[in-house]
Design a protein around this ligand. Sequence first.
Ligand code: TRP
Length: 464
Amino acid sequence: MSQDSIAATSLAGSRNDGKRGLWSSRWAFILAATGSAVGLGNIWKFPYITGENGGGAFVLVYLACILVIGIPLLMAEVMIGRRGRANPEGAIAAMAREAGASQHWRWLGTLAVICGFLILSFYAVVAGWALAYTPAAASGAFAGLDGEASGALFGALLANPWKLAGYGTLVLVLTLGIVACGVRDGLERSLRFLMPGLFVLLLILVGYAATTGHFMQAVHFLFDADFSKLSGTGVLVALGHAFFTLSLASGAMMAYGSYLPAGTSIAKTSIMVAIADTGVALLAGLAIFPLVFANGLEPGAGPGLIFVTLPIAFGQMPLGQVVGGLFFIMLAIAALTSAISLSEPTIAWLSEKFGISRLKAVLCSGAALWLLSLGTVFSFNAWSEVTLFGKTFFDSLDFLTTNLMMPLGGLATVLFTGWVLSRKTVQESLGIDQPQLFNLWWQLLRFITPVAILVVFLHSLGVF
Ligand code: TRP
C-alpha cells in the first residue's frame, strides 16, 4: 500500500494516534476482535439454537448470514472506527463531517455506546453463572446427577440473589480492572494469554468428545443439511445470531477498529475474525453434541443445554470433574473477553467526550453498571413477578438491545456507510486492492445487507 493510502486510512491521523494508544500489531487486533466475538454466543447459544432448529440446514443458513450480513457490516464498523480514530460517537461524527452530512449521525454512535453498556449489565450476570459452575463442576458436585436434580441445581443458583450478584460483581470487577489498564497494558496483555488458553481448552474438549464414540453422530447432526427440519423462524434466528456472535451494532468493533494501526487490511483481518468466530462455534458444537448423544440427552433442550444438560453428562463420564471444570473455565474466559469489548466503547466515550481519565471513566461506569446489573439479578428471584409488557427486567433489557437497538443500529450503520459516505472515501479507508472484490462488498453492503437486516427486524417485532 502506498504512503498516501496509509495516511488516508486515518482521518484524525497523527493528531490522535499517539495519545489514544494503538494495538501493537494487526495480530493484537485480530486477537482482541476474536475475543470480543467469541463468547456466550458461541459456546452457550449457538449449540442450543442449532439443537432447537434441527442441525445441519440451520448451520448452513447461519454460515450464509455471516457471509452476507456479518462480514460486510464488521468491515464497515472497523473502517469507521479506524478512519474516525475516536469512540463510536466521535468516529461517526468525524466521518459525517468529512462527507458533509448531518451531524445528527453522531447519535448512531451514542446509541451503539448505550447498547453495549446495557448488554454488559446482563451479560456480566450470565457470565457469572459460568464462574459459579466452575468450582461446582471441579469439586464433583455433578456426580450422579439426573435431569431433575440438575434442573434443581440451576434453579437454586438463580434463586440466590447473593450468589448471582456476587459472581456478577466479580465479572464486572475483572472486566473493568483490565479495561482500566488501557489498550496495550490491559486489553492486549490479558488477551495474549486468555485467547490461546481458550483455544487449547476447546481442542482438549473436542478431543475428549471424539473418544465418546458418538463423535460421528454429532458431525452428521451439524453438517448434514436436511431443509425439511428448518422453519422460517429458524432462518431468522440464524440471521439474528450472526449479529450477536460478531458483536455488531454495539460500538465494540468500532472501538476496537479505532486502535487498529494504519495500513492493515480491514478486509483480511475482518474475514479472519469471522472465520475464527465461526470455527469456535462449530468446535463448541463438536465438543458438546457428542456428550449429549453419548448420554442419550436431547439436543433441542433449549437455553438449559449447557447449565442443565451438560452437568448430567459431566456427572456420568469418567474424568467428568476435570472435563466439566475445564469447560466452565473456558466459558468464563470467553465471556470475559467479550465483556471487555462491551465496556470499551463506554470507557472511550466517557473519557474522550468529557476529558476525564480512563480510571475515572471506569469507576463511574462501573458503579452504574453494577447498579443496573442488580436489576438482572433480582429479575430471577425477588422481582421475578415484576414485569413490563409481560417481560421481566432481564428479558426486557435483552429484548430492547438484541431485538430493537442492534438491528436498528446495524441498519443505520450500513446505510450510513453505503449511502452517506462517498465510495472513494470508503474504498481508500478499507484498503482492498482488487477493484472487483471491493465492488462485490460495496454492492452487498448497499443492497443485500440492509434488506436482510430489515427482514430480521420486522420479524422480531412480530410483523410477519
Ligand atoms: N459476541 C459475543 C458472544 O458471542 C457477545 C458480545 C460481545 C456482544 N460484544 C457484543 C453481543 C456486542 C452483542 C453486541 O457472546
